[in-house]
Each structure stands twice: as C-alpha cells, then as structure tokens.
Design a protein around this ligand. Structure first.
Ligand code: GDD
Ligand code: MG
Length: 344
C-alpha cells in the first residue's frame, strides 16, 4: 500500500518558527511530527510513502532519506505551491506503478487511526474516495460533511461560516482515493481537494465517509501544537523519556510525562513537567519551572523563570524571573530580558 503525504504547506499560523523549518518537522515529544506520522503508517502495512514537498523540501530529504521504518520514501517536488489536490496529480506516475487505491494524508495531523480498517471500508463501499471523519466540538476550522446512514457523504463544505456547518463530523485529513480520481484533477495548477474535488464527488454520490474515534490532533495553531505534544507525551511516548547524556540534578523535580533530550541540563530546584519537551542541549537553571511547553534545541531558561503553555524557539534565551504563558511563541534566538512577563 502507498501513501502520499501533503508536506508542502507554509505553516503561516505558526510563524516565526516556520520561517526556519517546515511545520511537519516541529518536534513533538522530541521527534519531528512527520516522523510520528511515518511510524504509524509503517505499523499499518504501508510500504511506500511519497512526500509531496515544496516549502523547504531539502529539510525533509536530509532527515528522512530514501527509507524509514522499513518503508520506501519517495519525493515529489513542486516548483510552485499546488494546493491539496495538485500535488496528488503531480505524483501520478509515482502512484501508478500499480492500480491499487492509495492513501492521501495531510501531514500536519497526529492520529492513531486504523488505516487498514479505513482501506477495507473504502473497498467495501466501492466509492471513488473515502474520507476519514472525526467528531469535534467546533467544526468551523475544518472541512465538514453531511453523512447519510449508509456513510455516503451528501455534502462537503470546507470551513463553513459559523452556524452553517451541517454536522460536527469533520474531514480528518486522511483519505483513500481510487486512481480514477486523478482523472478529475487538473494538471500543473493549484487545486484544492476540499473545494474543487470533494464537492464534485459528493454530488456524483461517489464520496464515502469512515468514522473513527481514536486519537486525532491537528497541528495548526500554537495551542493545537502544545496540545499535540501533551497528547503524544501522554499516550504514545514513553511516560518519562529522559535520554542518556542529559544532566538532571537530583534536587530538580521532574513531573511525568516529559521528554528530555540528550545534552540537556536541569539544575537544582527546577521543576519540569508535566507535559514538557526539552530539546537537545536545553538548559533550565536553578529554581525555574517549565510546564506544558515545548522548548526547541539549545533554548536557555535562566534562574527562577516560569514557562507555561508556551513554545520557545531554538537557542532563545529567557532571562531570570521571566514569566511566559498562554500559547506564546518565542522565536529562534530571541532574548527575553530579566523580569519580563509575556502573555499572548
Ligand atoms: N505539497 C503541498 N503543496 N502541500 C500543501 C500545500 C501545497 O501547496 N498546501 C498545503 N499543503 C499541505 C499542508 O502542509 C498540510 O499538511 C495539508 O496540506 C493541509 O493544509 P493546511 O493548510 O494545514 O489545511 P487546514 O488545516 O487549514 O485544513 C485541512 O485540514 C483539516 C484537518 O486538519 C483541510 O483538509 C480540512 O478539510 C481538514 O478538516
Ligand atoms: Mg492543517
């Protein structure tokens, strides 16, 4: 089985951190988001993953190379953004080595969906496309469907205006597509699968839905990213993942779950966790506190500072007695002066 992963977005809602790395390479429990996605695909029997890359393509090639978790990794490079359907058309020759239906995934999603069950549901329904559906409280930021009792999608509406969503069932960004879907995607231009392809298939009664309830998190905004890190630390990552080569004082308090990478220093009287990811070479000085936050490699937190519900970029320096909270993003190499309070 093959999977094409849409990995070319600009991640504008996570700037400035996406100015220096693609969103899909952001650390989640100290592993790139896309690394987790590929791990799940491999567990589900996918043998070839095609990365549709565009923005900062080389970062992916350098990290993942030609194979990962026993899967073959291929790259389809765009010279200009092609949206969410254009890249599928562009990769047509890579997908067509056989005529089997294939998976398409938004790469910015963490889930433990049963891909095999989704694939089977697709074959059973004889639909041209099957979309994984997840129920959420507020569907307005997503693609929303109207589904009948046979799991046929009657309508697909991308990001409906408030009050106009037909249900709480949203497009989870995981699809199985038949090869014939490639025939209705125009070549060489930006095309949105959500706005230009799914509505056509729904209208032709050829679009089905597969509901699932397992873990699903979309990483779009800072709050979602912090939540994804928390969920991953809680459910998939080892409860207290402290790598060798880190120096954690016996007088520091570590509250699980946390992920602490090699080369990290946590001094006495510091409190780390719950839900803290400290990247390689991070320094947490005496008396500081880090909770429900992600610190990119080589961030430095000086004495008696507090970082809560925040993201701190690579090499950033947080002064002593600084307080950072409420989904704040501190950019790479930023310097926050002593005693400053940051709330967003
Ligand atoms: N290769 C490539 N080229 N990939 C792209 C491009 C492009 O031009 N534009 C976006 N992508 C990738 C992004 O990297 C991401 O993995 C995926 O396509 C979806 O784009 P987003 O920009 O993250 O879309 P969204 O989150 O607003 O909405 C989508 O995801 C929701 C689920 O999280 C839609 O598919 C919604 O219908 C869905 O509910
Ligand atoms: Mg998204």
């Amino acid at each position: 089985m093959k999977a094409l992963i849409l990995a070319g977005g600009f991640g504008t809602r996570l700037r400035p951190l996406t100015c220096t790395r693609p969103k899909l390479m952001f650390p989640v429990a100290n592993r790139p988001l896309l690394d987790w996605v590929l791990g799940e695909l491999s567990k589900n029997g996918i043998t070839t993953a095609i990365l549709a890359v565009n923005y900062m393509a080389d970062v992916f090639v350098r990290y993942f190379g030609k194979s990962k978790y026993g899967m073959r990794i291929l790259y389809s490079r765009e010279t200009k953004p092609l949206g969410t359907a254009g890249p599928i058309k562009k990769a047509e020759t890579l997908m067509s080595e056989d005529e089997e239906p294939f998976f398409v995934l938004n790469g910015d999603i963490l889930s433990t969906i049963d891909y095999r069950a989704l694939y089977k549901a697709h074959l059973d329904s004889k639909a041209r496309a099957t979309i994984a559906l997840h129920e959420v409280e507020d569907p307005s930021r997503f693609g929303v469907v109207e589904l009948n009792e046979k799991n046929q999608i009657l309508r697909f509406i991308e990001k409906p205006k408030s009050g106009e969503a037909p249900s709480h069932l949203i497009n989870a960004g995981v699809y199985v597509l038949d090869h014939s879907v490639l025939d209705i995607i125009p070549d060489g231009k930006e095309v949105s699968i959500e706005r230009e392809i799914f509505p056509v298939l729904a209208n032709d009664k050829e679009l089905f839905g597969y509901r699932f309830e397992s873990l699903w998190v979309d990483i779009g905004k800072p709050h979602d990213y912090i939540l994804a890190n928390k969920v991953m630390l809680n459910t998939i990552a080892a409860q207290n993942h402290i790598e060798r080569g880190s120096k954690v004082s016996r007088k520091a308090k570590i509250i699980p779950p946390v992920a602490i990478a090699k080369g990290t220093v946590v001094e006495a009287d510091a409190v780390v966790g719950p839900y803290a990811s400290l990247g390689e070479g991070v320094v947490i000085k005496r008396g500081s506190r880090v909770e429900n936050s992600i610190l990119f490699p080589h961030a430095w937190v000086d004495c008696s500072a507090s970082v809560k519900n925040a993201i701190v970029g690579e090499g950033a320096i947080i002064g002593s007695w600084v307080k950072i909270e409420m989904d704040c993003i501190v950019g790479d190499h930023a310097i926050i002066d002593n005693n400053v309070t940051l709330t967003c």
